[in-house]
Design a protein around this ligand. Structure first.
Ligand code: PLP
Length: 405
């Protein structure tokens, strides 16, 4: 059963004070089931005791080294571990602190390797808001508009497919864009996350990769949201049988501590070697504390079998939600994979924000997505108790009734 916080808290806006497992508590002591989990980043939940211990140990051992000049032992181990997630041999890693850092590193790597400055990106896609990823942003025009003239102008936006028909259309658009020349990378979220949790049809990613190979462009998979078990696979692109040239990881990598990584094939990444000149770095890239957090988080995901758990628990929950929504309007649909789950509220701009607010009064914290905030997005910790998810079904139905959706 979900707890029932004070409804006044919803109207005031809540402020979080602490979290444990899949629960968070606001400053007034109200408890919520956290279906947002730090925008999908808290894969192992709040305050995992193993992560707490590992952070304390690292903090008392070594807090900072000298980045790429004199690395720490823990950074070296973390780079090896993250590289092993890529199925190519001797893959190499560039660390950052945010998802946007990882995407920037990937786009730079692709430009160095191909000498081609253009990118193909997808409508509805989100890759962060620093200058490189902002140029690749297909979500809200309002993010780009004030800075549009300062962004990479060699960006082609194509449609993100949701079914086999639209997949054919998207591949046609990608082909035509590649034919214009000068395009080094095709950047894609294997599931469109903030854009509304859209799962592309079977085979699309594979065909896209094939097209990239034929036309001499690199495939960059932004797995910042989908990766590390969130969507039920270590890398969601692997489910489609694809080994992208470059992969971006972030969000859950540090279990809540900021760290991100761009992982790439060795032949591509060797283009960074330039007569000992460092051309890309930052003070805290691969900082010991963050790397210790990442190593512990990856161990926990592996040892607690959270990838399989995400797949199984997610499948069961999506079925329960779909059942619960059958009595509502036909335009409500459930989609996603693993524990990356969304309810599309149809052609109702802003409806997800109203539903999110209503759900707070029942003690559930969720996120919103889609170009018009018409999608309720839920990304609970992979450690969540299925009973907590089951308990969400009735409050969801009550909230939808209350809002007459
Ligand atoms: C797919 C994807 N890529 C990149 C980012 C940007 O990550 P950050 O906010 O850590 O820069 C996000 C953030 O939501 C994301 O969902």
């Amino acid at each position: 059963m979900g707890p029932r916080p004070d409804p006044a808290a919803r109207d005031r806006g809540i402020v979080l004070a602490r979290g444990v497992g899949a629960n968070v508590f606001d400053v007034d002591g109200n408890r919520y089931v956290d279906l947002a989990a730090g925008f999908g980043g808290l894969l192992i939940g709040h305050s995992h005791p193993r992560l707490e211990r590992r952070l304390a140990l690292q903090a008392s051992t070594l807090m900072q080294a000298l980045g790429d000049v004199v690395p720490s032992d823990v950074k070296v181990r973390c780079a090896e571990r993250v590289a092993a997630l890529h199925s190519s041999e001797h893959a190499r890693v560039i660390f950052g602190q945010s998802g946007a850092d990882a995407v920037t590193a990937a786009l730079k790597s692709a430009t160095l390797a191909t000498g081609k400055p253009g990118w193909i990106c997808f409508r509805g896609a989100y890759h962060g808001l620093s200058y490189a990823p902002l140029a690749a942003c297909g979500l809200r025009e309002s993010y780009r508009a004030p800075f549009a003239e300062q962004l990479n102008q060699r960006v082609h936006l194509v449609d993100y497919p949701s079914d086999p028909d639209s997949a054919r259309g998207s591949l046609g658009q990608v082909t035509r864009a590649l034919e214009t020349g000068g395009i080094g990378s095709v950047l894609i979220e294997p599931i469109l996350g903030r854009g509304g949790c859209v799962v592309p049809p079977e085979g699309f990613l594979c065909e896209l990769h094939e097209l990239c190979r034929r036309m001499d462009a690199l495939l960059v998979a932004d797995e910042i949201w989908t990766g590390l078990g969130r969507a039920g696979q270590w890398l969601y692109s692997a489910r489609a049988g694809v080994c992208p040239d470059l992969v971006c990881l972030g969000k859950g990598l540090g279990g809540g501590v900021p760290i991100s990584a761009c992982v790439g094939r060795a032949e591509l990444m060797q283009h960074w070697s330039r007569d000992d000149e460092v051309v890309h770095t930052s003070t805290f890239a691969g900082a010991p504390l963050a790397c210790a957090a990442a190593l512990e988080t990856l161990d926990i995901i592996e040892q607690e079998q959270l990838v399989t758990r995400s797949r199984e628990v997610g499948e069961c929950w999506r079925a329960q939600l779909a059942d619960a929504l059958r009595s509502f309007a036909l335009t409500l649909s459930v989609r996603g994979d693993g524990l990356m789950v969304a309810i599309d509220l149809g052609d109702r701009p802003g409806a997800a924000v109203r539903l999110q607010q209503e759900l707070l009064t029942h003690g559930y914290l969720a996120s919103t997505g889609g170009g018009r905030r018409e999608v309720l997005v839920m990304t609970p910790p992979l450690t969540v108790d299925p009973v907590q998810l089951e308990g969400f079904v009735a409050p969801l139905q009550q909230s939808l009734h209350a809002l007459a959706l």
